[in-house]
Design a protein around this ligand. Structure first.
Ligand SMILES: [Cu+2]
Length: 505
C-alpha cells in the first residue's frame, strides 16, 4: 500500500474519531493502529437449506486494547451473513447462550407469524428455537435481529443482528457482480458511543430516548474506520442501516454517481442513478458503484440534517437537544482498489427484473399516527426535574400509535389474508422509520408528492417524514397467538411503545 493511501485511510479514521472526541493523543493513536478490512463471516445455506446460529455473550475490542461487553451470533458481535435460496423450506436453529431471554425476528422475510420471531416468540436463556422458514420471495437483502419487547434497543446495540440474503443464484445472468466478498459486499452501518476509557456504552438519557440513541463513531460491520479492498470495476454494496436511531445520508467523497439497484424487498425494474441516498434504521439499499475511477470514501451527512423535523419539533429540541456530535459530513467506509482483484463487471445493466407494482385496488384504508407528542410532555417534565436538581427522569417518556402505547395483549388490527390495504402513516414532531412485519409494500406518496428514489421500489420499512401513503399487500397468515408487529425502527421509540400488532386471517 502506498504511503499516500495509508495516510488517507488513517486520516479518514482520524477525522471520524476526532469528531467523536477521540482527538486526544492517547485515544486517537490507539484507534489509528487498526484500519482493518471489515468482512463478516458467511453461512451459505443455499444448498443445505439449513443453518444454525448461537447467540452468545462476549467481548469486542472496538477500540484496540479496550474490550467492550457485547452480544453476537456465533461470534462476539453481530452475526454471520446467512444466504438462503427461495422456493424451499429452510430449517433454522437458533440457540440462546446469552444468559438472557431473546427473540430473533427475520426482518423482511415474508413468512407466517408463527415463525416471524417477534416479541411473542421468546427464546429463554439456554434454550433452542427451531422454526422452519418457507422462503418464497424475490432475491433481497434482509436481516435478523433481537426483538424482545422493551429490550430491543439494548440487545441490538449490544450486537444481536445479522444480514440474511435471499439469493436465487441468477445474478450473473442479470449482469450484476456476484462474487460474494469480492465484488458483492455487505455493509452493516451502525454507530457507537464510547466512554473515556474507550468502552462502548449504552446508557440512554432523556434526550437519547426522545431522539433515539446516536453514537459518536460510525461503525461498519462492527469496526470503526472500516475499509474494503475492491476490484477496479463495478461493485455491489448491500447496505443495511442497523443503527438504533441514526439516519445515514450517504454519498461518495468525490461525489461520484452510483446506481440504486434494490431497496428493502429486492431489485428495482431498472437501476436509478443517484449521487446521494438516505438510509434510515431498518432500511436496506443495494448500490452498484464503479471503482474503475479509483478509491473512494463513503461519507454521511450529520443526522441532524436528515431527521425530518416538523415545525412542532423545534420546541422539543429546545428542551432536550439532539445528542449529535457530527457537524460536517463524516467518513463511513473507505474503498481501496486492489489491482490483484479482477473486475468482472464494468457496466450497469440497463434493466433488472424487479417486479413492478401489481397491487391493484386497496379494499380498506387505515390511518396510523405515530405519537411523539407524549414524549414532549414526558421530556418536559423530566427536563424540569433535571433543572430543579432532582436528577434522573422518572421514566415519564412514552410513545404510542393512535394514542396507545404497545400492549402485548391488545390486537390493533385484523387484516384479510390476500388483501391490499392503503395505510396512511404520519408523525407529529419528527421523522420515524416505520416497519411492518410479514409484508412488502409500495410507497404511493410522501406528503402528497411522488415517492423519493429511495422509496420507489418494494419496501418493508419507510422513513415517515410528515405523511406517507402505502399500499400494503398481506399474503402471510398471522394468528392472535403470533401476530405481526408494525413499529418505529428507532429502537428506543419501539421499546417505549411506538408499536402495534395485527393478525392476518
Ligand atoms: Cu420513532
Amino acid at each position: 500500500m502506498s504511503q499516500n493511501r495509508r495516510q488517507f485511510l488513517r486520516s479518514s479514521v482520524a477525522s471520524a474519531l476526532c469528531l467523536a472526541g477521540w482527538g486526544g493523543a492517547g485515544g486517537g493513536a490507539r484507534a489509528l493502529a487498526a484500519v482493518p478490512e471489515a468482512p463478516l463471516p458467511v453461512i451459505d445455506a443455499t444448498t443445505t437449506n439449513a443453518f444454525e446460529i448461537t447467540a452468545v455473550a462476549g467481548e469486542t475490542e472496538f477500540m484496540p486494547g479496550v474490550p467492550s461487553r457485547t452480544l453476537g451470533f456465533n461470534r462476539p458481535y453481530l452475526g454471520p451473513v446467512i444466504r438462503v435460496r427461495p422456493g424451499v423450506d429452510v430449517a433454522a436453529t437458533v440457540v440462546n447462550r446469552t444468559g438472557v431471554p431473546i427473540s430473533v425476528h427475520w426482518h423482511g422475510l415474508l413468512v407466517p407469524g408463527n415463525v416471524d420471531g417477534g416479541p411473542h416468540q421468546p427464546i429463554p436463556a439456554g434454550e433452542t428455537w427451531r422454526p422452519v422458514l418457507p422462503v418464497a420471495q424475490p432475491p433481497a437483502t434482509l436481516w435478523y435481529h433481537a426483538h424482545t419487547h422493551g429490550e430491543t434497543a439494548p440487545r441490538v446495540y449490544a450486537g444481536l443482528a445479522g444480514v440474511l440474503i435471499v439469493d436465487d443464484g441468477k445474478d450473473r445472468g442479470r449482469g450484476l457482480p456476484a462474487r460474494f466478498g469480492v465484488d458483492d459486499l455487505v455493509l452493516v452501518l451502525q454507530d457507537k458511543r464510547f466512554d473515556a476509557a474507550g468502552e462502548a456504552v449504552y446508557r440512554p438519557g432523556d434526550a437519547d430516548l426522545m431522539h433515539g440513541f446516536l453514537g459518536e463513531v460510525a461503525m461498519v460491520n462492527g469496526q470503526p474506520g472500516a475499509r474494503f479492498a475492491v476490484p477496479a470495476g463495478m461493485v455491489r454494496l448491500r447496505l443495511l442501516n442497523g443503527a438504533n436511531a441514526r439516519n445515514f445520508d450517504l454519498s461518495f467523497s468525490d461525489a461520484r454517481p452510483f446506481a440504486l439497484i434494490a431497496t428493502d424487498q429486492g431489485l428495482l425494474p431498472r437501476p436509478l442513478t443517484l449521487t446521494r441516498l438516505r438510509l434510515t434504521p431498518g432500511e436496506r439499499a443495494e448500490l452498484l458503484v464503479d471503482f474503475a475511477g479509483g478509491d473512494a470514501t463513503l461519507v454521511s451527512a450529520p443526522h441532524a440534517e436528515t431527521r425530518g423535523m416538523m415545525p412542532m419539533g423545534g420546541m422539543m429540541h429546545d428542551m432536550l437537544p439532539l445528542p449529535e456530535t457530527f457537524t460536517a459530513p463524516f467518513p463511513v467506509a473507505a474503498f481501496v482498489v486492489d489491482p490483484s482483484l479482477s473486475a468482472e463487471v464494468s457496466t450497469t445493466p440497463a434493466a433488472l427484473d424487479g417486479e413492478a407494482d401489481d397491487l391493484g385496488t386497496p379494499t380498506a384504508t387505515r390511518r396510523f399516527v405515530l405519537d411523539d407528542m407524549g414524549m414532549m410532555m414526558g421530556g418536559g417534565m423530566a427536563g424540569m426535574k433535571g433543572m430543579m436538581g432532582q436528577g434522573e427522569a422518572a421514566g415519564a417518556m412514552a410513545f404510542g400509535i393512535n394514542g396507545q402505547a404497545f400492549a402485548m395483549d391488545r390486537l390493533d388490527a385484523d387484516v384479510a389474508r390476500g388483501s391490499t390495504e392503503r395505510w396512511i402513516v404520519s408523525g407529529m414532531m419528527m421523522g420515524h422509520p416505520f416497519h411492518v412485519h410479514g409484508v412488502r409494500f409500495r410507497v404511493v406518496s410522501e406528503n402528497g408528492a411522488p415517492p423519493r428514489a429511495e422509496n420507489s421500489g418494494w419496501k418493508d420499512t419507510v422513513f415517515v417524514e410528515g405523511e406517507a401513503e402505502l399500499l400494503v399487500h398481506f399474503d402471510q397468515p398471522a394468528s392472535a397467538t403470533y401476530p405481526f408487529m408494525f413499529h418505529c425502527h428507532i429502537l428506543e421509540h419501539e421499546d417505549l411503545g411506538m408499536m402495534g400488532q395485527f393478525t392476518v386471517s
